[in-house]
Design a protein around this ligand. Sequence first.
Ligand code: TXA
Ligand code: MG
Length: 315
Amino acid sequence: MAKIGTDISLAADILKSGGLVAIPTETVYGLAANAFDDTAVAKVFRAKNRPSFDPLITHIAESEALLPLVSQLPDKAKLLIEGFWPGPLTLVLPKSEKISALVSSDLPTAAFRVPRHPLLHQLLTGLPFPIVAPSANPFGYVSPTSAEHVNAQLGDQIDYILDGGPTKIGLESTIVSFAHETPEILRLGGLTTEEIETVIGSVRVNKSSSSRPSAPGMLSSHYSPSKKLILGDIPSLVKKYGNQKKGVLSFTEKYPSCVNFVLSESGSLTEAATKLFSGLRWFDSQDVELILAELLPEEGLGRAINDRLRRASFK
Ligand code: TXA
Ligand code: MG
């Protein structure tokens, strides 16, 4: 198990000497390493068992730090930066030579974000380099929203876990790509499509779920709990799976003779987002054979929540 605490100078020292530190962000916990040290970056891929074709997000303290790392900054990307950084938004942009082929999986573009978390901000401002940070979970599993989640799965492989409490948003950042002329949302996340469209107008959402997507976060099966998850109308599913031990992940209601996890009794999508991943993890520790779940309203954060539920249900 890793040491957990709030010691920013210890975290900085470990990162400076090429080690791995789990970091809190407002979205999910990340597994961080010095973005300018390929030996350290390679440890991130190993710890997560992540394929090398899946590029990493580079995290910086503030938007001014972006310029040396990119070769172009389109006007619409500038607008998004002004509107939403720091925040749950990742931009894919043509990279400069400062970003290594390992970090960007040999692509001509790379992903960047300025996270909004006071502890992480303090850490980043004290470092002479940016950090890469994928979500701190084994590849393909549900992202961690607490230091304990990280410790349970990757504790043996991390030098330190910086504990910033449970994450505020609970879903990964929204990824907007400027790889081509027209911007495109590659991954729905903590910043809603509606918010993005108020700033840059209507934007395409990449719905691809092929086995070779441009962002593996878009793989058909991703963000998966270990138990089988079935999506549909819960009352009908409860009848259909009558004699099995059933977990129910619902938006607002509890169901008799099931192990229930309610995302938000008051029907709040924001609350549901913060609880979704801990709910999925919780069922793995419960005596249930399968998880029955329902889609939430397809609006605002509901779109990103439904995206994760669909991927979690794909086996
Ligand atoms: O909220 C988040 O974004 C969290 C926190 C820790 O910042 N990070 C995160 O990282 O979710 P990760 O590695 O789990 O997901 C990043 C996604 C991957 O699906 C990757 O394929 C995609 O970003 N990505 C990175 N660089 C890319 C690029 N150049 N083109 C397309 N997709 C890219
Ligand atoms: Mg991830």
